[in-house]
Design a protein around this ligand. Sequence first.
Ligand code: SAH
Length: 379
Amino acid sequence: MTPLAKKLARRITKSGPIGLDAYMQTCLADPEYGYYTGSARPAGGPIGRDGDFTTAPEISQMFGELIGAWCADYWQTHCQNVPLHIIELGPGRGTLMADIERTVGRAIAGLDIHLVETSGELRKTQAKALHGCTPEWHDNLSTLPDGPAIFIANEFFDALPVRQFERGPSLWRERLVDYDNATNKFTFCLGPEAQQDALSDPRFAKFRSGDIAEVNAPSKAIASQIGQRIGRDGGAALFIDYGYRSKPGTIATGDTFQAITGHSYVDPLAEPGTADLTAHVDFSALAVAARHGAAALDVWGPIGQGDFLKRLGIESRAETLCRHAAPAEIATALNRLTSARQMGSLFKVLALCGANGKDSARENMTPAGFSEEDRFAWY
Ligand code: SAH
């Protein structure tokens, strides 16, 4: 048993089964043994070729360069002449921000970098990647400075804890994590009838017995804070993640909770604290939460990462790089980032664009990588 498994087993034996969100939160963020936060991290950390999973910025510098170009374009067309904060949520190894800074550091006057990161170990890796810059770190969004900002979140929302509910013949019950002392294993069980508050969303209305619905309250709270903030101060946000768009007027069902270790899927209840736990992101829920209370906000997407990167010019960037580096490697990276069979369609991009209240023509301008038809359709 892992040390975290023992800790969780004691907790469940003493106080009863816990929500999937509590399980996920403990596995990822326990101060002693959490996957991201614990001191017993494997050398090199969880992300990258030698870690458990690889993210887009770790595949190729092209990803960060194009996100950087997107930021520079947004700043030039929407908020020129004002200092800009670039804020990244969950920066991992700092590779994406280093590539962004290399691309736009000189193009955006008065740029300053803020990183929202809970892992002390990853903060050290980020500081090394960003040597020469002076980023500021934050535990959460509450300490971020005011003013126009571009928020970037790549594979951040998938790491936030979800709750799951299973539909019975007429009622919902929460899926909980229990511990079986006889077998020393963690198992799923169903809790009592769900309280109304978690399921008050009218989109929960039409379901069949056995359906599973996921609710990610922390993601919605963060999207809402960002929406309000850029609606008020100006700026934008790019959320890139794997996930889906729930059909307007409904809520998607399905169990998307998963665990990855050593680049393979494993049982998420088997070795708590040793695997990356995630759930797919519901982009509609993020868009709706962001717009909630933020009147001056335009939302585009979600569109596939492949289309987004191609529209930003990844193919010509790849051609240029091929003249200087190994063409086969660059072709492989291009394919991984854009092909529908790889990250091109499962990974999606949502853009939130705030109005700065001064120039309505600029507020309505379609951001780079999107077209007018990609505006988010509200229900
Ligand atoms: N964006 C990076 C890393 C993604 S992994 C990349 O694309 O490579 C998820 C990141 O989010 C890690 O840096 C992890 O430590 C961080 N993280 C997870 N939960 C967090 C939370 N609640 N607040 C801030 N950072 C968090």
